[in-house]
Write a protein that binds this ligand. Sequence first.
Ligand code: GLN
Length: 466
Amino acid sequence: MTASEIAAAVRDGTLSPLATALKAREDIVSREGQPGGLNAFLALTSEELLEGGVDGLLAGVPVAVKDNLATRDLPTTCGSKILEGYQSPFEATVVRRLREAGAVLVGKTNMDEFAMGSSTENSAYGPTRNPAALDRVPGGSSGGSAAAVAAGYVPIAVGSDTGGSVRQPASFCGVVGIKPTYGRVSRYGLVAFASSLDQVGTFGRTVHDAALALQAISGHDPRDATSADREVPDFANVVHGGMSGMVVGVPREYVPETLDAGIRRLVEESLERLRGLGATVKSVSLPHTRFAIPAYYVLAPAEASSNLARYDGVRFGERGAGGDIGAMYESTREAFGPEVKRRIMLGTYALSSGYYDQYYGTAQRARALIAQDFEHAFCDVDVLFTPTAPTPAFRIGERVADPVSMYLSDVFTVTANLAGIPGMSVPIGRIDGLPIGGQFLAPWWEESTMLRAAGALESSFSEGGT
Ligand code: GLN
């Protein structure tokens, strides 16, 4: 059942929220316990603690939450050994809002350590497998959440997207993933990776479900100074509004000569569908796109190096052994995995005196130009359409030794975070059985337009239409 069907049945009294949650939990325990289990979860709520509302937008809907969102009853590890068993004294606003909307938290999902990665292989607790092909990655960093929805464990899940970590795993697993406008959803209780880029996002098997979840978690939060005081539209309701008359831009830089031929064909087929739905398709240019990956991989590590300074053995989680305080810091921070260490070193270097302007300053200027590109493009078009990722899901182990090839899987997604605009991935077909996603990008605060376009494209598939 979809989330909206479950919520409607629970509100009607024809479905028990507790029974639904128990069934979801049982299914997870039995399927994950088998060989070939996905390793999608890092913790499950114990049976006695399962509780859901009988009322609300998500009444009785089982949800899974990425393990970098603080929860009351379950540990919050960020996929890191340094936070093994860490129990937060408070709850993330997103988690509270899900609960208040009636949702039942069934567990915390696996992720790349501190959300740094594109495959979930950087988790200290082992990689997650892609339910569409068990020898492949589910994408990352929110791979556990995407896999949990794709496997049918839960109808909706929550993740975070700093450079594509909701949209890219949605593409790899064949589900819908939304990253809202920066400031739409509170970051209170989201463990910080790169604060100026981080946003919480949602997964669903349908556009409607992902929109419903987004609606439940959106809105101003006085506890997050970057959360915007803006009205939250009825996201779920706009999904079926159609897209007749809409102008869709296709940025040339996102469909390069070198793009995988199968992905290009699926993107072109989708554009044909959009035309059939009454949209006009036009080619546009976002000329500074080539600076996005270099700018992101200076800015995100710079912010991360500062944010991760707090894991020093004094305030959070693990404390290493050592004779004096310096030795204690050193042995504590040995618990970070290789990717996190790499980012801390890169970021510290980029921020060091003498290099600050050369790296950080230049990256900030590139960021401004990328945002300006979008501003110009959105004068002429309502939404943009691109591939979500340059490849289908790759094999587990294939890219771990080559960080740059891993970084390149974000080439089409990081721009939205740099600019702060909303973006989402919707399934547009398969290549050799592997799911492929198409990405819609919209102007700041225009999630509704993006959801209408995505909902229309989705319905063209389910109706076998155009
Ligand atoms: N893959 C990107 C990175 O490693 C994005 C991660 C994310 O969005 N959290 O930084």
